[in-house]
Write a protein that binds this ligand. Structure first.
Ligand SMILES: Nc1ncnc2c1ncn2[C@@H]1O[C@H](COP(=O)(O)OP(=O)(O)OP(=O)(O)O)[C@@H](O)[C@H]1O
Ligand SMILES: [Mg+2]
Length: 610
């Protein structure tokens, strides 16, 4: 039984990541960490000196045998020593608090930054896995402040132990039997505190998926994105109820443990009183037997509350170390996640082909999403030559957007390859390769920044953002006209999140996203349903402009609209993850197949027009 308890505490202690936490904090702020440790040591030493001098003073006062002059001199010396040590202790204490605050602020910010940097570097596959969201949530909650809290907690544990030793030593000089009496009460207190701290932490981890669900429903009720539907379908009450039910469960569990912990604390409080009276018993017996002086009794009455004050502090520090440790584990778990898209160690330079000879191509590509059963793309081969507009058509769910994600190298195929100008894209530095592809995703993002910034995000690495280039990209995408009508033109803030922001229509947002792609230094443009919200005139103008300005670049266009598809130089038809037809629009309209079944009515209409 005792052994199993011991191994339990041993496993808890070995679960703490002190070494790694220390090296993380050390790698960020070695200088300040040393200063903080030195200040804590100085603070504890000064406290000890001041207490010891106080005890000496009491000894002197209770020693009546000294000559009167000597007696006074010794008292003055001890008072000066105790007083100056106490004053210094106060000063060092304040500086120590300041440096701890400074150190933890800097470290929190830097670890937060590392968490963000690491998250951005992870590939899309992680977003397929709910486990990842749990880890991310816990790591984000740790918010960078936890590693330092652990180090500070550890420093406080050591300093608390030193302070307890200092006061205990003084108490023990009164009567050695007071030590076992005190220890008998300290150890159960420690065990109970660790037990409940551990219990609260494991509850928190276990309930993270539920907490994520609750915050999801909470967000549905409050966010702008869902506001319209929530109101028009009167869903507010429904989701509020769901949120409330989960929160009630979470809170009830937490309060149950809190109550158990409070009851134990009440028990511990009685232990403290008990220990006080046990000690008083020993002291009283000592006084009767002539071993204990009135000075000893005075020093005990002074030291005992201090001793328990420090003991409480030590327990608090241990709890801090424990509860922060669980979060730090998730920061390290997050840092340990590695992108599964292997970056080549010897990247090839991006190839640029002469006019007409370059292409973006897919060769025998097969793909299944991570954690999914079904193969989404099967043996796909297609070519997007320079200077041409190629269309990809297919019913919903046939795999078009998935194919785009593979071209963007958000995932790697299970077999086959994507090639840029004949070279497999796995040979390029990922960031360099992605610059060659300007994509407008089907679910593009609406950035709440200015118009100019919205467009310049297409080439964030550009040394100087030239306004003429931004305007040119906007003109090509058909966005320039509506931007010109804004009071602040290209400096107008988009969206309603920030003051002075301006909301625009879906089609206008789409034009802005397209301008962003056109601003990029891409060799190939990929438009996934990028014209779905555009009016017929805008769509016509955009393709006319795309074709006229394509030059050495190529374009892959996904659309459900015949009016878009018929402008393409070549068309691939995707069905259930396979290319089932390919050819020019004219060729495909003449053959019975998936293409004619998709565009049945449009083709007929077109023929009638002819
Ligand atoms: N992240 C994902 N994980 C697992 N399966 C996915 C994921 N995204 C899409 N799928 C599945 O892959 C298939 C192809 O989806 P995809 O989004 O590529 O279709 P699509 O042709 O772009 O359709 P749409 O015309 O509706 O845009 C679908 O069966 C879909 O259920
Ligand atoms: Mg799609």
């Amino acid at each position: 039984m005792v052994r199993s308890k011991l191994s339990y505490y041993y496993s808890r202690i070995s679960d703490l990541r002190f070494g790694r936490t220390l090296s993380l904090v050390w790698s960020i702020e070695p200088g300040k960490t040393v200063v903080v440790i030195l200040l804590v040591v100085a603070e504890t030493t000064l406290l000890f000196v001041s207490l010891y001098a106080l005890k000496m003073l009491v000894d002197v006062v209770s020693n009546f045998e000294l000559e009167s002059l000597e007696y006074r001199k010794r008292i003055v010396e001890q008072v000066i020593l105790a007083g100056s040590a106490s004053v210094l202790h106060g000063i060092v204490n304040s500086f120590s608090a300041y440096f701890s605050d400074l150190q933890s602020t800097i470290i929190s910010e830097k670890i937060d930054d590392r968490i963000h940097r690491h998250t951005v570097g992870l590939d899309m596959a992680f977003y397929e896995n709910p486990e990842y969201f749990n880890t991310l949530k816990l790591a984000k909650e740790a918010g960078g402040s936890r590693p330092n809290a652990i180090i500070m907690g550890l420093i406080n544990v050591i300093s608390g132990m030193l302070k307890i030793s200092a006061t205990a030593m003084i108490i023990v000089t009164i009567d050695w039997r007071l030590l076992p009496a005190l220890l008998a009460f300290i150890l159960p207190m420690l065990a109970v505190r660790i037990y409940f701290s551990e219990k609260q932490n494991s509850l928190r981890v276990r309930n993270t998926p539920l907490e994520r669900q609750a915050s999801y429903f909470g967000q549905l009720i409050t966010s702008e994105v869902s506001a319209k539907e929530i109101r028009s379908y009167s869903l507010g009450g429904y989701f509020k109820e769901k949120y409330f039910r989960i929160r009630t469960r979470l809170v009830a569990e937490r309060l149950r443990i809190s109550l158990q912990s409070t009851l134990s604390e009440a028990g511990l409080g009685s232990l403290i009183s008990l220990s006080f009276f046990v000690c008083i018993y020993f002291i009283a017996m000592g006084a009767i037997e002539g071993r204990v002086t009135p000075g000893d009794i005075a020093i005990f009455l002074l030291m005992f509350p201090m001793f328990f004050g420090y003991l409480q502090g030590l327990m608090g520090s241990i709890t801090t170390v424990y509860s922060n440790n669980i979060y730090v584990k998730y920061i390290f778990d997050l840092f340990d996640l590695k992108s599964e898209l292997p970056e080549t160690e010897h990247p090839l330079p991006i190839p640029y082909a002469d006019r007409g000879s370059g292409s973006l191509s897919l060769e025998n590509l097969t793909f299944r999403y991570p954690h999914a059963e079904e193969v989404v793309l099967k043996d796909i081969s297609l070519v997007v030559p320079q200077g041409k507009v190629v269309a990809l058509v297919g019913l919903n769910g046939s795999g078009k957007s998935t194919l785009i994600k593979l071209i963007a190298r958000l995932y790697d195929p299970d077999s086959g390859s994507v090639k840029l100008n004949g070279v497999d894209i796995v040979n390029f530095k990922l960031e360099e390769y992605r610059k060659q592809i300007g994509i407008v995703f089907q679910d593009f993002y609406k950035y709440n920044v200015t118009v100019a910034e919205n467009i310049s995000l297409g080439d964030i690495g550009r040394q100087r953002h030239d306004e003429a280039d931004i305007v040119y990209a906007a003109e090509q995408a058909g966005a320039h006209q509506f931007i010109e009508q804004f009071g602040s033109k290209y400096d107008t803030m988009m969206g309603r999140v920030f003051e002075g922001g301006r909301e625009i229509s879906i089609g206008q947002w789409q034009k802005l996203a397209t301008a962003r792609a056109f601003y990029s230094p891409a060799q190939f443009f990929i438009l996934d349903e990028a014209t779905s919200a555009l009016d017929a005139r805008s769509e016509h103008d955009l393709f006319a402009s795309l074709k006229a300005n394509l030059g050495n670049r190529g374009a892959l266009v996904i659309s459900h609209r015949y009016s878009t598809v018929k402008h393409a130089d070549y068309i691939y038809v995707l069905s259930n993850g396979e290319i089932v037809q390919e050819g020019t629009c004219q060729e495909l309209t003449m053959r019975e197949g998936v293409f004619t079944s998709i565009f049945q009515n449009d083709v007929l209409l077109d023929e009638n027009e002819i």
